[in-house]
Design a protein around this ligand. Structure first.
Ligand SMILES: [Zn+2]
Length: 333
């Protein structure tokens, strides 16, 4: 056991990792390590002694190995490897820094397309008055949307906006035509949180007001948008109704999943509705103080979550609000 004591002393005496390495070689080195040499002697012993000696030497080897590892851990903690030991040419370990949310990506892409057409971005408050959210936008006083059931009221006459249209009204009040604005933002509705509804969601609206603006401008700009956003695609306009536009139309694009042949996502129609639009109602222009004899305009609105759902083929919009990194990593750019 003399070797055991000597080994312990040598290991404890090693003052740094390099010294410890020397001790390790002296003890366990394959060529002339003290413990290794003992193991080599074993086969020469008489068979009766071999067994007992073998157990002793192996126990020693294990104990020495453990002591070396312990000392190594102590010394490593006290003095981290010198910079000269590190291979500075090794590429760094990349950490995932996060990425933009798919809804943000969609909004930014839409903004870019309309910015190229001369639109600017306008924002407004999320807590709005009933007048900006409904009355000025030609909602009749008994419109179901104004019901407490559908709208989140903060106090009498003050609510969480149900769409970003109040921004259009505020823009028309503060700017003279020509007006070309895009208003992205969050809106609130009393709704269930299910596969296609959420109580809070992003919306993006556009407004164009000038002399001589017609439905042709609306169709041309929105078709241009669809072709740029979805790639060359077919579009169609279907008559619709909104209180603040007349005439109104919903725009469909050819189903991005089946390419128009019909699938479960488009309920077999080959089309997907992406936005609502229309010519700004003269009463809305009047409410904003704009001469509705001289000026006309068009507007549209869409839900970026719905667009993201189409673009990334997401079956359930709740995943967009879950902050699940596994999903976000898949769509991150
Ligand atoms: Zn389809």
């Amino acid at each position: 056991m003399k070797i055991g004591e000597e080994a312990s002393a040598a290991i404890a005496g090693a003052s740094d990792l390099a010294a410890l390495d020397v001790v390790r070689t002296a003890l366990l080195g394959r060529k002339a390590g003290q413990v290794t040499e003992l193991l080599k002697i074993l086969p020469q012993l008489p068979p009766d002694d071999r067994r007992e000696a073998g157990a002793v030497v192996n126990a020693l080897k294990t104990a020495v190995g453990e002591k070396l590892d312990e000392r190594n851990a102590e010394l490593s903690k006290a003095a981290p490897a010198a910079a000269s030991d590190a291979d500075l040419t090794m590429p760094g370990r990349a950490r995932w820094l996060g990425a933009k949310h798919p809804i943000t990506l969609v909004i930014e892409e839409i903004e870019e397309i309309f910015r190229d057409l001369g639109f600017t971005i306008a924002v407004g408050p999320e807590a709005e008055t009933e007048w900006y959210n409904f009355t000025s936008l030609n909602f009749p006083a008994d419109h179901p949307a104004m019901d407490m059931h559908d709208t989140l009221y903060l106090s009498e006459g003050v609510l969480l906006r149900t769409h970003t249209s109040p921004v259009q009204m505020r823009t028309m009040q503060s700017h003279k035509p020509p007006i070309r604005v895009l208003s992205p933002g969050n809106v609130y509705r009393r709704d269930f949180f299910d596969a296609s509804h959420a109580p809070m969601f992003a919306q993006i609206e556009g407004l164009c007001v000038d002399e001589g603006i017609s439905f042709v401008d609306l169709k041309a700009v929105l078709t241009h948008f669809a072709n740029r956003f979805f790639g060359k695609t077919k579009t169609r306009f279907r008559p619709s109704f909104f209180p603040f536009t007349e005439p109104s139309a919903e725009m469909d694009v050819e189903c991005v999943i089946c390419g128009g042949s019909g699938c479960a996502s488009c309920k077999g129609t080959g089309w997907m509705e992406i936005l609502g639009s229309g010519m700004v109602h003269p009463r809305v222009l009047k409410a904003a103080g704009i001469d509705d004899e001289k000026y006309t305009g068009w507007a549209f609105g869409m839900g970026p979550a719905r667009i993201a759902k189409l673009r990334y083929n997401i079956p359930d919009i709740r995943i967009l609000y879950d902050s699940d990194v596994r999903f976000l990593e898949q769509v991150a750019r």
